[in-house]
Design a protein around this ligand. Structure first.
Ligand code: ATP
Length: 263
């Protein structure tokens, strides 16, 4: 897939993020090969593919979460609003504020519900109590969990159900007003009802955010995403409109995967 050169892309507000000829290594092992794709604002992109194909690795490259792995190395470029996120001058804390992340297992801190959501604001130096309170409420409402927790904000977050904890973690990610939200199998640890709530939430959130989600669940990818990217052994095999990928995939590998013939 051809990705426009930087100058052209910077002028084109159509792209929120792009990956250009991205290679990624864990030591000597090359986990991603020449991955190029773009992410449009207010669209949901699903990353699918068999276990170990590099979906999570790619997702983590998008907010430099892989920087935490000392043996890792990146070649190529990833841009946010046209700027290279791996450029030396980039403030990684600021980048992760703009490109937030929700993990597979809900991971609330052993603190109150309120503190969990306020945490990111405090870390970013925001101390104004009224502002923090307002933002916590707004984020909990956006994450569709306010009604369930509004009367127990000082209770421990660990007392919430798994599905509630995941929506709390989404509220925590939203509190710092990210522009892009990365989700790594956000519903895989949840029951069908909690999963449905997360999917409904993704639908609402895409009005504001650019969302990139890793999922093993084909029906989920088909339900929640506008664009689907199929990865296989570290390579991006095919990316396109979700309806097309699921009904008329261009590559046999994609077809075999979505029809359950392998993976
Ligand atoms: N920290 C690491 N160190 C070394 N190799 C790793 C590390 N993390 C992942 N890998 C390897 O990189 C490849 C891609 O892994 P990744 O977790 O990105 O795949 P995935 O498609 O997300 O898989 P799954 O669907 O099972 O989560 C795999 O071969 C994996 O073993």
């Amino acid at each position: 897939m051809n990705v426009p050169a930087q100058s052209e892309e910077q002028m084109d507000p159509e792209y929120k993020m792009s990956s250009e000829n991205l290679d990624f290594y864990y030591g000597d092992f090359k986990a991603l090969h020449d991955v190029s794709m773009v992410f449009k604002p207010r669209e949901v992109t699903a990353l699918i593919g068999p276990s170990g194909c590099g979906k999570s690795t790619f997702l983590r490259c998008l907010n430099r979460m892989n920087d935490l792995i000392p043996i890792s190395r990146v070649d190529g470029r990833i841009t946010l609003d046209g700027d290279d996120i791996y450029a030396p001058a980039v403030d990684v804390v600021m980048l992760r504020r703009k490109v937030g992340m929700v993990f597979q297992k809900p991971n609330p801190f052993p603190k109150s519900i309120f503190d969990n959501v306020a945490y990111g604001l405090w870390v970013n130096g925001i101390k104004d109590k009224a502002f923090v309170q307002e933002r916590v409420e707004e984020s909990l409402k956006q994450a569709a969990i306010w009604d369930e927790v509004k009367d127990r904000l000082q209770d421990t977050a660990l007392g919430l159900s798994g599905g509630q904890q995941q929506r709390l973690c989404i509220a925590r990610a939203l509190a710092v007003k990210p522009e892009v939200v990365l989700m790594d199998e956000p519903a895989s640890a949840l029951d069908p009802i909690a999963t449905q709530k997360i999917e409904e939430l993704i639908h609402q959130l895409k009005e504001t955010y650019t969302i990139i989600i890793v999922t093993h669940n084909m029906q989920q990818a088909a339900r929640v995403s506008d664009v689907t990217a199929f990865f296989y052994i570290g390579k991006l095999v095919e990316v396109g409109d979700t309806d097309t990928i699921f009904t008329r995939p261009g590559k046999k590998q994609t077809e075999d995967y979505i029809t359950g013939r392998f993976g």
